[in-house]
Design a protein around this ligand. Sequence first.
Ligand code: NAG
Ligand code: NAG
Length: 314
Amino acid sequence: MTTLMSIVVTMIAIMFRCSNGLSMNYYMMNCPMAEFIIQNSVRSALTSDPTLAAGLIRMHFHDCFIQGCDASILLDSTDDNKAEKDSPANLSLRGYEIIDDAKQQLENQCPGVVSCADIIAMAAREAVFFARGPYYDIPKGRKDGTRSKIEDTRNLPPPTLNTSELIKMFGQHGFNAQEMVALSGGHTLGVARCSSFKNRLKNFDSKNDVDPSIDSQFVKMLARTCNAGDNAEQPFDMTRNMFDNGYYNALQRQAGVLSSDQTLMADPRTRPIVNGYAMNQAMFFMDFQRAMVKMGLLDVKETGQVRQNCHKNN
Ligand SMILES: *[C@@H]1O[C@H](CO)[C@@H](O)[C@H](O)[C@H]1NC(C)=O
Ligand SMILES: *[C@@H]1O[C@H](CO)[C@@H](O)[C@H](O)[C@H]1NC(C)=O
């Protein structure tokens, strides 16, 4: 009976194996409660503050786009190293305490087993689902990296990019235009700060200098938001805590917040994709989850350490 069980388990393990050493059931034997623990940490935190969902998705994105999905974003600066975390680009990263909470429980249950990189990936997935987005299975088994340098954050896409630049930058990570537009849909959750869109409002009083791709009423709303200063928050769409296709509807109304959002509607290469997602939420969900799984595999490390404390190397 036990032999039969172990054969079945091995067969399942082989079935779910990915080419890069990751697998869907990576923790099945040595930390079977891993997903459950992370799910609980995320759910209890988001129940008291749903706005943290956007922070967790963004954290996963930042982590993967710099040096691969290796939890480099979680490393603290040290006396002789400024970490990614301390870049101005980190401003909207939130939810570090959720990762810490999950990690602590995991270390109690199965010390040294679940990597910080996997926790970020699973936490982002739980955040999407908590906000009523799709639920998708993700491969696990990432190891944690040891390098985190502030200068690497230059590789993050700034909010001013046009579609050509976005296609190029995402292309360098292996994404096509459709996947780039689907990933941009992560902006269905959360807010942008005035500092990242005020370039569009330059000389608001002289109409000619306002970005022509913004709706004339919406631009007034952006300007009002910015009256409260650089850190003032503007939701990307009307349902900031709900994972839906409202972001694409906003782009259709010329009410995209960042240049890098509205450009997707302006460019003939990406406009049909935006229109498609605006019309068909199920299609957006399907493409988004595929693109997220793909993003979660960017330059993953198969060998290396599992940090005991996500803030520092072992
Ligand atoms: C983000 O970076 C700033 C410096 O630009 C730093 O003061 C702040 O503590 C960082 N935030 C987090 C959450 O690490
Ligand atoms: C996009 O930006 C690049 C670099 O600033 C510029 O060379 C290019 O002309 C822009 N493309 C469009 C379509 O505006």
